[in-house]
Design a protein around this ligand. Structure first.
Ligand code: ATR
Length: 275
């Protein structure tokens, strides 16, 4: 529904061609007869500061933030949640008491799926990657209750930095495994891919065997089945892709914008049409 009083929401990032947020949010607005419109607002990194200041003066009621602005946006907000601060990234911006506030619903979205999957907390988990997405995943696995966490990344220093921060903030030891040695881990474990390897539909971040893998979670949702997930399937290992995480983070953004969690099934149905 669009009317003269339609409220605007949107996604800032660059580029935005790949994003399905536009479709899932608008489908949910239509289904619930909410007089709102979700638009793509591509902002090139060079124009970021000016564009954000401009947006603050426009009647826009909430934003999602994606690559490459999730970290930079923080400096422009009046307040961010504790978890956003720990992760160092915000993906949801909302207006409250005349203040621009930031939340990280990637964290909550991933956590929600872990609860649904009821993965065994007593198993160790091995997280592949130490980029922006990994930070939300690391804090979510801690919150879920995994006690033994391994982290491996091509650039060792990035993994080290996350481990240091987690030690400082949560007093939890994350064990770092050098990228080249990741396949040597032979304990029964849960494998979580947060790297971008597999987005191309051809590459896999895991070439080792699957004998000791209890579950594979790849946070990529497009393609729906990455080569990593195909390998899990061939080896009869249960697996999950990133679609539900994506939908939950969108639903949780609604909680900040409207005070209730967005309609998961409606958004998921719309996403599945597109993927
Ligand atoms: P995001 O915000 O999606 O996590 P990112 O911060 O750019 O994006 O992180 C991408 C992750 O994929 C990183 O862990 C990156 O490893 P580096 O820290 O070494 O860059 C990982 N990655 C991407 N391409 C890779 C490749 N070809 N081999 C190994 N790791 C790769």
């Amino acid at each position: 529904m669009v009317s003269p009083s339609t409220k605007l929401y949107g996604l800032i990032g660059y580029p935005l061609g790949h994003s399905i947020s536009f479709y899932i949010h608008n489908a949910a607005f239509r289904a619930l007869s909410i007089d709102a419109l979700y638009i793509n607002i591509p902002i090139e990194p060079e124009s970021f500061s000016k564009a954000i200041l401009g947006i603050k003066y426009l009647p826009i009621y909430g934003l999602n933030v994606t690559i490459p602005h999730k970290e930079r946006i923080i400096d422009f907000l009046d307040e961010i949640s504790v978890i956003s601060k720990l992760i160092g990234a915000v993906n949801t911006v909302y207006l409250e008491e005349n203040k621009w506030k930031g939340e990280n619903t990637d964290f909550g979205g991933f956590l929600e799926t872990l609860k649904e999957l009821k993965l065994d907390k007593d198993l160790p988990c091995l997280i592949l990657g130490a980029g922006g997405a990994a930070r939300a995943v690391v804090y979510a696995v801690i919150e879920y209750g995994f006690k033994e966490i391994y982290l491996t990344n091509r650039t060792y220093g990035r993994a080290e930095r996350i481990a240091e921060e987690v030690k400082k903030n949560k007093n939890i030891e994350i064990k770092i495994i050098p990228w080249q040695e990741r396949h040597k881990v032979d304990e029964k474990l849960i494998l979580i891919n947060t790297t971008s390897i597999g987005l191309d539909g051809k590459s896999t971040p895991w070439n080792g065997n699957f004998k000791s893998i209890a579950f594979v979670y790849d946070i990529i949702y497009n393609p729906k089945e990455t080569p990593l997930l195909s390998l899990a399937k061939e080896n009869n290992v249960p697996f999950k892709n990133g679609l539900d995480m994506l939908i939950y983070q969108a639903c949780l953004s609604w909680n900040k914008w409207f005070g209730f969690i967005g309609p998961f099934e409606i958004m998921k149905r719309e996403a599945e049409k597109l993927l």
